[in-house]
Design a binder for this molecule. Structure first.
Ligand SMILES: [Zn+2]
Ligand SMILES: [Zn+2]
Length: 411
């Protein structure tokens, strides 16, 4: 893998604009704080981009993120909970602790064999950037900002683990930006889970007595063929895809063990359960075909998303001040554990473009885009908009109540 290009620092500042009301004066101070810290914020983005670490192994990224928020006055727990690469930083407002508690999130895991093909370096740095901005205007708000460094989004649903461990307890809202090639505050992620499939057979000489073996690769091929046929009968909102991670060790040995990593997904949570049951049947049928045994392990579930229009409206207004027009609901979502958070509290997971060209995620092109000056501008913009949306909430407890009323379906 070649190293992606790294943009030269120092960076360009964001254009100075009049932030959206209400609280435009405090929001302008937050924007100025992002600008003052822009080399620190972008340095972090490039450092993480150049040192990609996969899910649960984000050791350096988590340490850099923890160190950065600690430098700006946050009381840091690292690790936070059971995950070695989870971080929590807390900062109480200068006007007192009695007020809204707002979660500012960050992700930093990369993709195996690709690097930051999802651009999570921009999420880590902009989460830190928003935390820095909110610390800089601390004297203007009451309540608490809780920075959460959340590992393992690409595999394993780190946020679900952190939710279960109580690390989100007491929060009034959760905010997290994601890089994209378009601008959307509303996304529609698919319910999703990872599936490990292991077929176990029996080795034998592939030429002299193949009939003495039981071929675990035959089962794997039968499974992939079945999945291919199954796709015709799946509704368009479903996805199933996988790779073979172990396919045998030598052509002259009947493989006794094969392993695949699948993901199954659906835009409809109830239909997802139907898919899951069917996928299990296909695995068992493939094992039967080849006369081998199968182990199936589901993990890292993420859900569909509960969108919060109250929070989204403030994001859109804040973004509009910077000339960002929302393009409506993102029709091409993958999956995210931020969706799990959205069922625990009001949450938004807005997309901002880091490139002006149509660029698919999880690609070399997107990875390289995440390290360019165009992405740097978006990192500064995302830092600013997350901080400004957090300020809308911190400075207006009635907005927090509205977000919760919508969340509970009481409006
Ligand atoms: Zn991502
Ligand atoms: Zn991704």
């Amino acid at each position: 893998m070649t190293e992606p290009p790294i943009a030269a620092l120092p960076s360009e500042p964001l254009p100075a604009v009049l932030p959206a009301e209400p609280f435009a004066d405090v929001k302008a101070l937050a924007a100025a704080a992002v600008d003052a810290a822009r080399d620190e914020i972008l340095g972090l983005s490039h450092l993480i981009h150049a040192n990609p670490e996969p899910a649960f192994e984000e050791v350096r990224a988590a340490a850099w993120v923890a160190e950065a928020v600690g430098r700006h006055g946050y009381v840091v727990e690292h690790p936070a909970g059971s995950l070695a690469t989870a971080v929590r930083g807390r900062l109480t407002g200068g006007l007192g602790a009695d007020g809204p508690r707002i979660g500012v999130l960050a992700e930093y895991d990369a993709l195996p064999g690709l690097g930051h093909g999802c651009g999570h370096n921009t999420m880590a740095s902009s989460g830190v950037g928003a935390a820095i901005a909110l610390a800089a205007v601390r004297d203007r708000w009451a309540g608490e900002v809780v920075f959460l460094g959340t590992p393992a989004e690409e595999r394993g649903s780190g946020k679900e683990i952190m939710l279960r461990e109580g690390l989100f307890d007491g929060l009034d809202a959760a905010l997290l930006f994601h890089p994209c090639d378009r601008n959307h505050v509303e996304i529609a992620p698919l319910a999703s889970e990872d599936v490990d499939v292991v077929f176990t057979g029996l080795q034998s000489h592939a030429a002299s007595e193949p009939w003495e073996g039981r071929n675990a690769l035959d089962a794997m091929i039968a499974l992939f063929v079945s999945v291919g046929l199954w796709r015709q009968g799946l509704p368009p909102h479903c996805r199933v895809h996988g790779i073979i991670q172990e396919g045998g060790t030598a052509a002259n040995i009947i493989p006794d063990r094969t392993r695949a990593w699948f993901m199954i997904r659906s835009a409809e949570q109830p239909y997802y359960e139907v898919m899951k049951a069917r996928f299990r049947q296909l695995c068992e049928a493939a094992a039967l075909v080849a006369g081998v045994t199968v182990e199936i392990e589901f993990s890292g579930a993420s859900s569909t998303m509960k969108h919060n229009r109250t929070l989204a409206a403030r994001w859109v207004a804040n973004a509009d001040a910077y000339g960002i027009a929302d393009e409506g609901m993102d029709q091409s979502s993958g999956s995210t554990d931020m969706a799990n958070v959205s069922w625990a509290m009001p949450a938004i997971h807005p997309d901002l473009a880091i490139t002006d060209m149509p660029t698919p995620g999880h690609s070399i092109e997107f990875r390289d885009a995440a390290g360019r000056p165009r992405a740097d501008r978006t990192v500064l913009l995302a830092s600013t908009l997350v901080a400004q949306t957090a300020l809308d909430l911190l400075l207006d407890p009635a907005l927090v109540r509205d977000a919760w009323r919508e969340f509970r379906g009481e409006e």
